[in-house]
Design a protein. Structure first.
Length: 392
């Protein structure tokens, strides 16, 4: 039986003003994470409040106006890449159109700062981009390869699952591609249609040897990306493009990392557990506020952040307390991340459940353009599912 302890998330930070010759993430994350709102705002003009101080092995860095800056998600990604390039000469950033900043401006000004040898454009060939990254990583570099839209990651599928993920295994540990990070914007954006709106993360859950990470806001985006670049395992880093400008938060200017493989309870609750990642977290927070106001239902919202490997312990501890769970994501229902999470919960928490684990997801169909609003797992759909779950 799972205990009901709520884990406290941690991160480590390094003051940018101090010269460093270390890699992006020197050692594991240490220190208590700075206190943040349990219901962070993910909308323009809102902003997640980061207060207090953050600690590292060298002491305490005060979280003042001088060490924090209001960022949206794409500027937080840019800040993380800048930190990585500055601290480690082995970090390279490349992809289609990244030299001028990319279509979402995530790499803006990086070539100007770090030069054409370290930030550069590639031909329009996803298989070539990822294959090139694999070779660089095998030679000791830490390449950050950008796939312009996650919808176009499929030509690189063989390079990812058969080469990068298996290189260490098939060589008996003699070689590896552990320095590879593949960035890709995923999900709905309001006008993308079926070739610029897909959520392909579930395709990679079957692949041992890689990690899959999806942040929900600027603060988690920077910390998780810096840790991904420092990982000794290949990482696919999906970025919710709908939040590139919509999500705002106060983000430390210094380097800091958030550990991979750990979920975060972003809203405590007692009646039901809601699980999501990426852009869908804000949908669950909105739904949780509605049922709290209208139905007096207190929903606990968990952002799993890393979907491979995902933090089974935190989720199951929560479900053991609440007795109910809904998993939600934009990707199609069948064979999605929610199916794996639901299966594990019912194996580990069966005697604690008051109702079946339910899912609110995208439909099993190509992503529609005209009917995008009907396709998406909206807050209204989640609210109705919460009520159905409580009345089961």
């Amino acid at each position: 039986m799972w205990s009901s302890t709520i884990r406290k998330r941690t991160f480590s930070t390094e003051n940018e003003s101090s010269p460093s010759t270390t890699d992006v993430a020197p050692g594991p994350a240490v220190g208590d994470r700075a206190q943040r709102s349990t219901t962070p705002s993910l909308y323009p003009g809102g902003g997640d409040k980061l207060s207090g101080s953050v600690s590292n092995s060298a002491g305490v860095v005060k979280a003042t106006e001088e060490t924090l800056r209001q960022m949206n998600l794409f500027t937080a990604i840019n800040s993380a890449l800048s930190c990585a390039l500055e601290s480690n000469p082995k970090v390279l950033v490349f992809g289609e159109d990244v030299a001028f900043g990319g279509v979402f401006r995530c790499t803006s000004q990086l070539q100007k700062r770090f030069g054409r040898q370290r930030v550069f454009n590639t031909p329009l060939t996803e298989q070539g981009i990822v294959g090139f990254a694999a070779g660089l990583a095998a030679m000791g570099y830490r390449p950050v390869a950008e796939i312009q839209f996650a919808d176009y990651i499929y030509p690189a599928f063989d390079q990812i699952v058969n080469e990068i993920a298996k290189y260490r295994y098939r060589s008996g540990g003699q070689f590896n591609c552990g320095g590879v990070v593949i960035r890709a914007p995923y999900g709905a954006v309001g006008h993308g249609g079926h070739y610029h709106s897909q959520s392909p993360e579930a395709y990679f859950l079957h692949t041992a040897g890689i990690k899959v990470v999806i942040p929900r806001d600027p603060f988690t985006a920077k910390g998780l990306l810096l840790q991904s670049i420092a990982e000794d395992d290949p990482v696919i880093f999906f970025e919710p493009k709908a939040l590139y400008r919509a999500a705002q938060a106060e983000v430390p200017l210094s380097k800091y990392v958030l550990p991979l493989g750990r979920a975060e309870i972003v809203r405590p609750g007692t009646d039901i557990t809601l699980v999501a990642y990426g852009a869908q977290v804000r949908v669950l927070l909105e739904a949780a506020q509605v049922v709290a106001r209208e139905d007096k239902i207190e929903a606990e919202v968990i952002d799993i952040q890393t979907i491979l490997p995902w933090d089974e312990a935190t989720v199951c501890e929560s479900v053991a307390r609440t007795g109910r769970c809904i998993v939600s994501h934009e990707a199609p229902l069948t064979g999605g991340v929610g199916a794996e999470v639901a299966a594990r919960i019912q194996e580990e928490c069966f005697l604690d459940l008051e109702s079946p684990v339910m899912r609110v997801c995208g439909y099993d169909m190509p992503f529609p353009l005209v009917h995008e609003k009907n396709y998406l797992p909206s807050a209204e759909k989640v609210v109705q599912c919460i009520r159905d779950c409580l009345n089961y």
